[in-house]
Design a binder for this molecule. Structure first.
Ligand code: SF4
Length: 354
């Protein structure tokens, strides 16, 4: 099996299952090899010397949501005292702070608000584009788009077209969790199913919007569920080549109603390495230091990741469920250098900035 990975060949789901049993260091070595195969030609041939990061800001435009995922401690109902919907002035203040720091991207996400109109979203996108034309809006998520199509009573494709025309630049892979319906029915029964998640991404890719793909694991799913998730992502990527990156992280339990074991750093590294090997058509893998901390983030760079994610000026969903790691830009750059790579700022599409 190691020979197949060394030769740059694709591995099957059955083979992935076998790889998962390898000693951790061997699995890491193979993931690093795959990263080298995939990044060799990037950045003028310097793809394996560079680790990228992005300066962006998570902006949760609203915390009102009627989906009640069991792993989420972020949502509020409309009646809660701390429920909110951001207005333009608050948005402007947050994005201006981002721009002052050299940021290029906003990750704009909310819950499934039951009654915001399409005009609220289109006006928000148009406003950001007009006021901050150099900032990319990496916005919403497949479950939000399915929700919009239902609430606005419009075909999904038309909703995405309208959002793109208004200024949406790309779509984050939020709400992927595990793309297996038996799992989704238990952890997020009111959220869109696996096919619907993939349909949003396929439609967006067809319309020229790139997206990322995610996986949240370490709760009730099995290894086979995780492999099914990876298989579905790889199959879609074969058709569209619209995913820019894969990011996985472990379920953060604090304050959530989901009673499930959480995976530790050992399993995180094992899973990320396996994903890097299996997802041979994904150009980038991000390390998740937000849930694992800076040191494991550094180790993750030797386990297949080529990107250190984001400065993340604000992060609400994961942090409210117990992941509290924070870093300054200088720390990010120092950790990347200490791991043996050159830190480079990138844009949303993994192009280098400066
Ligand atoms: S994870 Fe998203 S969809 Fe689920 S309850 Fe939280 S805000 Fe709502």
């Amino acid at each position: 099996m190691a020979d197949r990975v060394s030769a740059g060949e694709r591995i099957s789901r059955v083979e992935a299952r076998e790889l998962y049993t390898l000693p951790l260091t061997e699995l890491g070595r193979l993931a690093d090899l795959r990263r080298r195969q995939i990044k060799r030609a990037a950045y003028g041939g310097r793809g394996n010397e560079i680790v990228t990061y992005i300066i962006d800001r998570n902006i949760n435009y609203s915390n009102i949501c009627n989906v009640y995922c069991k792993f989420c401690n972020f949502y509020r109902t409309e009646k809660d005292a701390d429920a909110y919907v951001l207005g333009e002035a608050e948005l402007d203040e947050k994005i201006a702070e981002l721009v002052a720091l050299g940021g290029t991207n906003v990750l704009l996400q909310g819950g499934h608000h039951p009654s915001l109109t399409m005009d609220y979203y289109l006006n928000m996108l148009g406003h950001i584009r007009e006021k901050f034309p150099r900032v990319n809006v990496h916005g919403f998520s497949p479950p939000e788009f399915q929700h919009f199509a239902r609430v606005f009573n419009l075909p999904l494709r038309e909703v995405i077209v309208r959002f793109k025309e208004a200024g949406l630049g790309s779509i984050p892979g939020g709400g992927g969790e595990i793309l297996v319906n038996a799992v989704r029915e238990r952890v997020s029964p009111l959220k869109c199913d696996a096919d619907q998640w993939l349909t949003v991404m396929e439609t967006a890719h067809e319309l020229g919007l790139n997206s990322s793909a995610t996986m949240m694991f370490g709760h009730i799913e099995t290894l086979d569920d995780r492999l099914e998730h990876l298989q579905r992502l790889r199959d879609l990527q074969d058709r569209t080549h619209g995913f820019t990156a894969f990011i996985c992280w472990t379920f953060q339990a604090a304050g959530t109603v989901l009673k499930a074991p959480t995976a530790g750093s050992y399993e995180y590294l094992r899973m990320q390495a396996l994903a890097r090997i299996f997802l041979d058509n994904f150009p980038n893998v991000q390390a998740s230091w937000v849930t694992q901390g800076g040191s494991i983030g550094q180790v993750a760079l030797k386990f297949g990741a080529n990107d250190f994610g984001s400065l993340m000026m604000e992060e609400n969903v994961v942090s409210q469920a117990g992941a509290t790691f924070r870093m300054t830009l200088e720390e990010i750059r120092r950790l990347i250098r200490a791991a043996g790579y050159e830190p480079c700022q990138r844009d949303n599409w993994y192009g280098l900035i400066n």
